[in-house]
Design a protein around this ligand. Sequence first.
Ligand SMILES: CC(C)(COP(=O)(O)OP(=O)(O)OC[C@H]1O[C@@H](n2cnc3c(N)ncnc32)[C@H](O)[C@@H]1OP(=O)(O)O)[C@@H](O)C(=O)NCCC(=O)NCCS
Length: 366
Amino acid sequence: MTTWSIREVPVSETVDGNWLLHGYTDAINDVIVSTWGNHDFERSAAEILGSMHDQQYDRKPRLVAVADDDADTPDPARVLGYSAMILPLQDNTHTAHVDLGVRPGHRRQGIGSSLYDTSLALVREAGRTQVTASTDHSVEPPDGPGTLAPSTGAGRVAADADGPRFALQRGFALEQVGRYSVLDLPYDAELIAKRADAEAQAGPDYRLVSWQSHAPQEWVDAYALLLTRMSTDAPLGGLDLEEDVWDAERIRRTEKQWQDRGLELLVLAAEHVPTHTLAAFTCFMEVPTTSVFVHQDDTLVLREHRGKRLGMLVKTANLQRLAVERPSIRRVGTWNAQENSYMLAINVALGFHPAGGAGEWQLKLG
Ligand SMILES: CC(C)(COP(=O)(O)OP(=O)(O)OC[C@H]1O[C@@H](n2cnc3c(N)ncnc32)[C@H](O)[C@@H]1OP(=O)(O)O)[C@@H](O)C(=O)NCCC(=O)NCCS
């Protein structure tokens, strides 16, 4: 019978010799590949360590379940499961996010439960009064028996899948379902027509500006406002989360973190020329583990600028830019709340097809 111990992954200077970090990374990748059947979300040890180095706005404890071994051999294969926690330190200090995974060959032995119990003790000790967790699903089941809907009524997860069973047993409520969608590239000529149409509807008051990972000083405050609004304007379902405030200092610090992790952003925004502010933005995130896949990250149009096709404009323009600047990319993946009908309508019109989903769970701690 396997026995294991729970340990914390050390925050070392470099990845060299940090075998718990390598085991943690391998376990995450095992869970990703078994869940999704592809490598698009795979992580690297250097990228994970880069994230752990920056804990200014979030505390990020990383636990691993390590198979017991008399000699305490430094073998990453001994890491059987992991727990990654995020404890916000600026806003949302009432909550913690816990992401648990156990390598497929080692499930149903109690490893997930012991990682969860240790994580929950840490979360309580930090004074948090709620926990959120996500479960990933490579297909969204059709409505029917054996499925669960969140409080919003939009989207479904299979109630008897490993993650939902685990969460339900521990008292979590399903508060939101996210849809994962993929767009296959290269894009056809229709993109140019869609952009032209959106540009015509937006009119001459808007001008596009773009940058990579470093926001120009001219736009950094306007960009901070967009990021702040992103935290509450994207639908939250029944999740009890507050505004997450961004300012120039946080943007600069996070840019440094992206750089340390080898992540690159392709940001494209719409300037409202008469007021010299940013009205909308969208962003791709490139990850160091692949040159064929990018994440379509945040997209937002400020409330006062909605209804002018700016969402379609920034997305089509950034896709055209991607084709020129990153011609090797073959797939774009994106997440949206199932109740986010406006954003989903744009994505469907662009050709994104459903490719799975996620349950967003919440537990109030008594
Ligand atoms: C969810 C997950 C972390 C659970 O890990 P695990 O190590 O299998 O968890 P446990 O063994 O502690 O518990 C899982 C089940 O095995 C049962 N179990 C525990 N010890 C057992 C044993 N010795 N023999 C048989 N069954 C056992 C538990 O009672 C539980 O049963 P349930 O599903 O009916 O509730 C794992 O399935 C996973 O990695 N899934 C993908 C990632 C994911 O969804 N994470 C989000 C979790 S909220």
